[in-house]
Design a protein around this ligand. Sequence first.
Ligand code: NAD
Ligand code: IPM
Ligand code: MN
Length: 351
Amino acid sequence: MTRIAVIPGDGVGAEVMAPALRLLQVLNVSEGLGLVFDSFDFGAERYLKTGVALPAGQLETFREDYAAILFGAVGDARIPDGAHARELLLGLRFGLDLYINFRPCRLYAEALCPLKGKRAEQIDFVVFRENTEGQYNGIGGFLKPQTGEEVAISTEVNTRRGVERLVRAAFAWARRKGKRRVALGDKSNAIPAHQLWLRVFREVAAEYPDIEARHLYVDNLALQLVQRPEAFEVIVTTNLFGDILTDLGAALVGGLGLGASANLNPDSTPLFEPVHGSAPDLVGQGRVNPMAMFLTAGLMLEELGHSKAAARLEGAVARAIRQGQVTGDLGGSLSTAEVTEAVLGHLEASG
Ligand code: NAD
Ligand code: IPM
Ligand code: MN
């Protein structure tokens, strides 16, 4: 038995999680996966009632009793500073030491790419985003707040250990998957601390002479990603840059409705979540695209060692996309429920 913790969260989180669990249940039965799902009501509602987003002891429970966490989205207008989202989502990423944020960008159909003349196979890269350091540590604050002399400080932290383990993970994955190119995106020209990234990148790259290692300043990397996405296979970057580049990457392949992500550490309980947020503009309308959540569930199956089930799930999503069975964000007219039925049909047919 493999226990999965399910956190639908806020906004559209529940609207994409419920259909994803239906697909997972089909695979659970037909592939005999032995997955058991426990739901947790963490999110804005509970935070507003209790003042707590991630209850004490929860990290230990997840670490000890669960093989994975499947997460929908967080974000609620009633908590405008996002305090509960940071406590919950960053609390899980940092608390479980999930240092790899793995975010694939794959073009499933040419029509989904906003760039001119790109063939589907030309866009297929993965971002290894650092996930436990950078500017996301909360170190900093406000001096003379609410005055004309206010100073807002945010300290970026990059440790040798943190950078090296992420860069190593990116190269190791590249070799395992037969990829030929790894690119680093940093800002070491303007931010001296980023020279640590460049040094570590060059050191690790020297151990992989079979892989072409390219260093780009991240502003140029963003430009190149739009102009020549086919030049990229694996991108390794900081927490904040990875956040921004993966929304850009999602835009290249159809938008946030297709952005999947995995938060990983081989020695901890992984967390799987779509790249998108709680999409308040779509809540309750039945038209959110559930495919990012489906692809995210696929990443979870892969990580749990269920490669065949993962391939069936990704294949079913890809087939629905190619047949135009998609929601409005991808240019279609189907509802969330109709897309779910279409993907379920393809999944059952693949069994
Ligand atoms: P968002 O990702 O929620 O939405 C951005 C845009 O993309 C919106 O127009 C939305 O309608 C669209 N979109 C997102 N997901 C979609 C889907 N599955 N199908 C179709 N369209 C989709 O980002 P935002 O508007 O900047 O943030 C809203 C809230 O979500 C904020 O509170 C933010 O902090 C939070 N957030 C959470 C996460 C997370 O849980 N991992 C990620 C990003 C933002
Ligand atoms: C993401 C989100 C989060 C991030 C926010 C909600 C803290 O944008 O998962 O991409 O910045 O990591
Ligand atoms: Mn983001």
